[in-house]
Design a protein around this ligand. Sequence first.
Ligand code: ADP
Ligand code: MG
Ligand code: MG
Length: 251
Amino acid sequence: MLKIENLHVKLEEEDKQILKGVDLTVEAGTVHAIMGPNGSGKSTLSYVLSGRDGYEVTDGTAMLDDTDLLALEPEERAAAGLFLAFQYPVEIPGVGNMTFLRTAVNAQRKARGQEEMSSTEFLKTIRAKAAELNIDADMLKRPVNVGFSGGEKKRNEILQMAMLEPRMCILDETDSGLDVDAMRLVADGVNALRGEGRGFLVITHYQRLLDHIAPDFVHIMADGRIVKSGGPELALEVEKNGYADILSEVA
Ligand code: ADP
Ligand code: MG
Ligand code: MG
């Protein structure tokens, strides 16, 4: 479903190569975790896939099904089914959470050639999904993320993901700085949405998130490449021994 081949990326501003040949295939319905030392290029990979400015792809491809992601604008990538959950969700003062979500959902439907959701249908859907995620009605009325606790912001990211029904979700260190309960919530959100042909790329530093998510595959990224891939046992190995052993083994 998501197929990244030989992806090379440098910074636009300076002559610094960050991704040096990433190869990764995420099949429909599977959850892949990416771990790796700080500065190895994990966030760069998620930014480049979502179309953030400041990076130049110098080689390689990234396809979502038959769509060349790298040729699209960020909003077109979202319409194609890509979703990026942020490490630090932005606050949008003055914009109600409900209004924001309804606009996002309908913009996406329009881009996909679908009819807008009626307000009745939207209300019904958002109430059901919010209830599933233990989000109370009050949070839906407040401005997007303004004054939300860390846990509430993450919950809101998961709600956005549930409403937009993406094909492919990327979570970049969505768990960083979270307490155990909030981490559990992110994991529950992923688990509730996995399957149904949806793919996940979960970038994390911590084995404890993966305890709850149980990824199908784990990849280790170092110096702009995926240097080792395996099953969940790879995350346990990192937890136990750090990255040093793996890095010297592949060197
Ligand atoms: P990770 O998420 O694995 O910690 P990043 O993708 O954030 O790694 O960063 C990879 C490397 O690229 C780091 O050395 C980082 O300093 C550098 N880098 C990323 N974005 C920028 C930028 N906009 N300006 C300068 N250096 C950057
Ligand atoms: Mg980092
Ligand atoms: Mg990062």
